[in-house]
Design a protein around this ligand. Structure first.
Ligand SMILES: *Cc1c(COP(=O)(O)O)cnc(C)c1O
Length: 378
């Protein structure tokens, strides 16, 4: 479905651009006129500004969120022969990054209420080859970081937060991304802080890891043309950094607005949708997506049909658990995973549905959408 055939999209990026048009156009023109397009002032300043905002020591701009995960893993020396624990329910890039680094992903089922890694199931997956855990702050809800850090400490594992969907979320007073040893951010356009292309960032607390990521993003060299590591070309560009610098000061207000919209959805849908997943205390969700859980796949079909007829967008995040995708088939045979291995992940793939969510969505539109969902279910 394209934007011209629907009245309410899942996310309206052009609307946000129009609100900030003057500032963004000025930032873009400034970069174009500067003659400096790769690793200039804007990237350096954005790295400082994001580090200060989130409260992390180091921030290194890279080409995407996926690359941020790969470079963080590589900077820790994680690769062939190593295992990395990941949730079975996530955007596949989490898993892909582990495989691209040459390590083996080890899946853990997720919690049925928070959709984040089930902490009760992590320890049984740890072997002598396990090097890291990648918790995902899925849909913008912080994963239970304290328990994950405790487990990691006991087994000497690195914790790399996949914070692609959680920019601005808070966990007991700390921003997600500032809690583990390192973290990955994505600036993909639809993310809570998004640019107008691809972009990402590695966050970390260790100066040596930050140095390594800086080397890896530029062909593995410190001194030009003398690579010391096998690196990549993975840089955030000046245009994207300049755009992100315009947007950063608005993120808190946008996230607050997302929470207001989510609260209103919840009030309106209370009669027909299972109550909102248990939110453990002291976390601030940033609703990258607003996702409802239906009772069955058939019920979800009904709602999707109704939304389609009403010209309101909706989306399935994600249709397949990570261990079932084709690129994991070899792994499945090796480890003995099958379609029933992670029942919660499977159930969420069948029953979750994302409704429109973006800061510029009006409460009238939320009422229209809720009305469609309620009529479909009653
Ligand atoms: C978007 C996303 C990524 C990948 O980020 P890109 O910038 O698109 O490479 C990784 N993990 C999660 C959970 C994501 O949502």
């Amino acid at each position: 479905m394209t934007n011209n055939t629907i009245n309410i999209p899942l996310c309206d990026l052009a609307l946000q651009y129009n609100l900030l048009k003057d500032q963004i156009d000025q930032a873009v023109t400034g970069v174009m006129a500067s003659g400096n397009y790769i690793l200039g002032n804007n990237v350096a300043l954005l790295e400082k500004e994001i580090a200060a905002y989130l409260g992390v020591d180091y921030a290194v701009g890279v080409a995407s969120g996926t690359d941020a995960l790969i470079l963080a893993l590589r900077a820790y020396g994680i690769g062939p022969g190593d295992r990395v624990i990941v949730p079975a329910f996530t955007m596949f890039a989490t898993v892909e990054a582990v495989m691209q680094a040459g390590a083996m992903p080890v899946f853990v089922d997720v919690d049925k209420d928070t959709y984040c890694m089930d902490i009760a199931k992590i320890e049984q997956c740890i072997t002598p080859d396990t090097r890291a855990i990648i918790p995902v702050h899925l849909f913008g809800r912080p994963a239970p970081m304290q328990s994950i850090l405790d487990i990691a400490k006991e087994h000497n594992l690195v914790v790399i937060e996949d914070n692609a969907q959680g920019f601005g979320a808070k966990y007991f007073g700390s921003y997600t991304g500032a809690i583990g040893h390192a973290a990955a951010l994505s600036f993909f356009p639809t993310k809570n802080l998004g640019c107008y292309g691809d972009g990402g960032m590695v966050l970390c607390k260790d100066t040596q890891i930050a140095d390594k990521v800086r080397m890896l993003r530029t062909h593995g060299w410190k001194t030009k043309y003398y690579p010391e590591l096998l690196g990549y070309n993975s840089r955030l560009d000046e245009l994207q950094a300049a755009i992100l610098r315009v947007k950063l000061p608005y993120v808190d207000a946008w996230n607050t607005r997302r929470r207001e919209i989510a609260d209103y959805y919840e009030v309106l849908l209370r009669e027909v949708i299972q109550p909102s997943p248990y939110i453990y205390p002291a976390v601030e969700h940033v609703y990258h997506l607003y996702v409802v859980k239906l009772d069955s796949k058939e019920q979800r079909e009904k709602v999707m049909d109704a939304m389609h007829i009403a010209k309101c967008a909706c989306g399935v995040y994600y249709p397949i658990p990570a261990h079932m995708v084709q690129v994991c088939w070899a792994l499945r045979a090796l480890v003995g995973y099958n379609k029933d291995s992670f029942p919660v992940a499977k159930e969420l793939c069948d029953t979750l549905l994302a409704l429109p969510m973006y800061p510029e969505l009006t409460m009238d539109q939320v009422e229209i959408i809720a009305g469609v969902v309620i009529r479909a279910l009653t």
